[in-house]
Design a protein. Sequence first.
Lengths: 516, 226
Amino acid sequence: MPSASEGTPVHSALSVEELNRLVQEEVALRSVAALIATAGPSDDVLTAICRAASEQVEGQDITLLRFETRDTIVAVATYGGPVPPGVRVVHKPGSLSEQVARTGRPVRVDDFDRISSAEIVRRYDIRAGVGVPIFIEGEVWGMFSATSESGPLPADTESRLEGFAQLTWAAIANADARDTLRRIADEQAGLRNVAELVAREVPIDEVLRAVVDQGARVLGAASVTVVQHDRDQPRLAAAEHIAPDTGAHRTDASIVVHGRVWGTLAVTSSTAAPVASSGIKPFADLVAVAIANEESREGLRQSRARVIAAADDARRRLQRDVHDGAQQRLVHTVILLKLARDRAAAGGDISDLVAEALANAEEANRQLRDTVRGILPAALTRSGLAAGIESLVADAPVCVDLDIAVPRLPAAVETTAYFAVAEAVTNAVKHARASRVTITATLLDEGADLALLIEDDGIGGARPAGGSGLTGLADRVEAMHGTMGVESPLGDGTRVSVRLPTGAAQLRVTRESPKQ
Amino acid sequence: MTVSPPHPAVRVLVADDDVLLRSGVVRVLRDAGLDVVAEAGDAPELLAKTLAYRPDVAVCDIRMPPRHDDDGLRAAIELRERMPGLGVVVLTQFSDPEYAIELIGGRADGVGYLLKERVGDVDEFCAAVARVAQGGSALDTSVVARMMRPRVLPPELALLTPGELAVLAAMAEGHSNAGVAQQLLMSVAAVEKHVTAIFRKLDIAFDSAGHRRVQAVLRYLTSQRR
């Protein structure tokens, strides 16, 4: 065991010498305080503190060390000492620093050769040392160590340093606080940079790059990575490596978008202490906001693209219907009439040709009528939703119950409602193999909303996101500021519910507002 | 009407998925004395039977099964590549010049593009089919008319006078000088003068194959693509 002398009790009676020392202490502390007050780098402050401490013990080498974790200690500043700042040591049980940390009292080692001490002591050729704890808010924050490369340190080293340590804690705490403040300010600046990018709606990759870049800078991290989870394979979305990644101290924050975990922001510390999760969370939240924004933008873009594609599809279908149907029959009619004309000119019998031409012309007319009705039924435009739906289901090969008690509505609302019913009925007949369909239309909220419910008794399993007609319908309803829901459990029918604003609420507001 | 078959020995294949129309076309061609050797109802059948029967000319629709898109046109283009001597007449309801230009590709000989209602103009239709079978060309008047209305006349054609343009358009339809003269109500000599001017202005050299007319038409058609 090391021989560790107890620190000498502090001033019992004041000698002139002691008084002088106290004055010196005061002067030293004032200069330290002044240094702290001016906004110099904290390293300078700590070095100045070491220098002031050194002056207390007649110029001995002084190193200020900080207990980082239970096992590690890091040199933060020195005056004359052999251990440069930044050196981090795992202190073994029984070592000088370990004893200070454990006991919270001054510890003296007069000859390190006599103890199995840390490798660092030998590396820096330290023969003897005194360690004095520095307390901040009742915790052992670190220690002053006075070291010697020759003989043991003077007997009053402990008492002199102890007094100084008690007085310096406030200065150190202030410097610490200033560091914390600066770090917070740095973090805020980093967050602001990222937030600006998010607000400017730059591409998500740019946001991620900024997050890892700023995060690594302000969090003092060895590495920052963003990993996306919500796909088959986790994907590294962005990464910044500043220092070799020990992987020992890693802090994660989930990136939660619309209630699901999109991915993780992971930060590994560049020191032995992990980065506080409170520092990481705001970055993760910003990433989440950026992704949510991008998803809604992308959703809107896709919906618009689908609306356009649906319109193109409808045109193509119409072209095909007319080309393969009525036009073909009319062409045939023309050919037959030309043949008849030539035959009549030659005095032949043309009754068969004319009959055939007439049949073709009639068929063309019938097909055109169907096509036109398919575009928009006259019943809907002339008589309203109920009549339109009645004409729609008149030829349906299923049993349809109608309960449609709504007045005339704006044309766009009636048309959208009509297509909602048409799509749901088509789905019921073509895919759900239903035998019965119930269609209900009512006005809600004093006519502000039109509510539609189309239920069938088919096989269910309809997927509105499956790129089917229901997707197109959802886009259409959304474009009218309405909402749509599809319940289609396997084997238990399909319920399509649609709610469309009729515009009546807006009208009421416009009418009533002059009174207010 | 014509009693003696004017188009003996022309062997024809007819492809259309509309059976009624196809049988009408077949009847019209047979009545005119052409030898309809096979019929097809879709694009694969058109390809297979044309390669098997090796007719002088294949008459086919553009939109046909199996895709009901431009399957017939694709098959026609493939046949023109695989059987250089084959005449192809596309019979369609589309008057879009794009289809015609695509069909013609780099070779305006042995090719026809006619609207379906022309079938009723029996003599002209059958003459066009026979002409294409012998390496001539036949473009529908309405298609040519649409080609003739470019918003900006391409530079090559800007050199031509309106009279020369009209003659060139008639040539594109496949008319001989006599036919052009009849259509445009001018003398054959006047037509010949215009044709010579067209060849000179379009810088078409005299070649031994005597395909200057075809080249002029081709130049005209390809100028529409830009």
